[in-house]
Design a protein around this ligand. Structure first.
Ligand SMILES: [Zn+2]
Length: 82
C-alpha cells in the first residue's frame, strides 16, 4: 500500500500495466476524500537473491545481489540498467 505524496493517507491501486518484462506501473488514488490525488508508481525487479532451481529456463538480465556472488559464482554478470 502506497501513501499519498500530498496528505500521507493510504492510496489504493486502481490499475496497473506492464512496462517491460520486469517493470510494472501502477496507478493509485488517495483514499482521503478531501484529497483524492492520483499518482503513478513503478515496480521493478532489481536484484536476484537466489536464482531459479530450474536450469532449463533462460536467465533474466537482472543482476545478482552482490552478497550472493560468492554463492552463485556461475551466474552471468548483468549491469543495472538505471
Ligand atoms: Zn491524499
Amino acid at each position: 500500500m502506497m501513501s499519498c505524496p500530498f496528505c500521507g493517507h493510504a492510496a489504493h491501486a486502481r490499475s496497473s500495466h506492464k512496462v517491460s518484462e520486469n517493470v510494472k506501473q501502477r496507478y493509485h488514488q488517495c483514499t482521503n476524500i478531501e484529497c483524492s490525488a492520483t499518482f503513478c508508481t513503478s515496480e521493478a525487479v532489481e536484484e536476484i537473491i537466489q536464482p531459479s532451481n530450474r536450469k532449463d529456463l533462460p536467465v533474466p538480465e537482472i543482476p545478482l545481489s552482490p552478497r550472493m556472488r560468492k554463492t552463485y559464482i556461475d551466474y552471468p554478470e548483468f549491469k543495472q540498467s538505471n
